[in-house]
Design a protein. Structure first.
Length: 135
């Protein structure tokens, strides 16, 4: 299934296009507006019960470059998984999704295990599967 999003540097319009494509709920912030490497930061709603399944759908939309994960502070229980890629139009984006190690320990352990070897598709599929089985 191919999902197309008309890319724009307008945060409101891009948010609406993402929601219409069933790739949210998300908050969009444009990084480096007006530059030749304009990047959309798409943060998925951390409390969404289908955030990993949404992240999996993003893999059908973007040309994946790589992924990173981390915490804002060492004691922070939230692990943020960032997928970096490009829309087919060429616009760069980062899709971010948070997992809480207090309530999603298996997910955060899996992220720690698979992020360094960059097994991104395997990681996102496994996260979506965990989420589906938990329903």
């Amino acid at each position: 299934m191919t999902i197309r999003i008309d890319t724009t540097s307008d945060e409101t319009q891009l948010t609406a296009a993402i929601d219409k494509a069933n790739l949210g709920p998300a908050r969009v912030t444009m990084l480096s507006p007006g530059s030749d490497r304009e990047t959309a930061l798409v943060v998925l709603e951390p409390t969404s019960p289908a955030k990993a399944q949404t992240l999996l759908r993003w893999l059908d939309v973007i040309d994946l470059i790589d992924a990173t994960s981390g915490k804002w502070k060492k004691r922070d229980p939230r692990v943020r998984l960032n997928l970096r890629g490009r829309f087919p139009s060429g616009m760069y984006l980062i899709v971010a999704c948070e997992f809480d190690e207090r309530t999603e320990a298996a997910q955060t352990d899996l992220i720690s295990e698979l992020i360094e070897p960059q097994q991104i598709v395997k990681l996102v599929r496994a996260l979506a599967d965990m989420e589906y089985r938990a329903k």
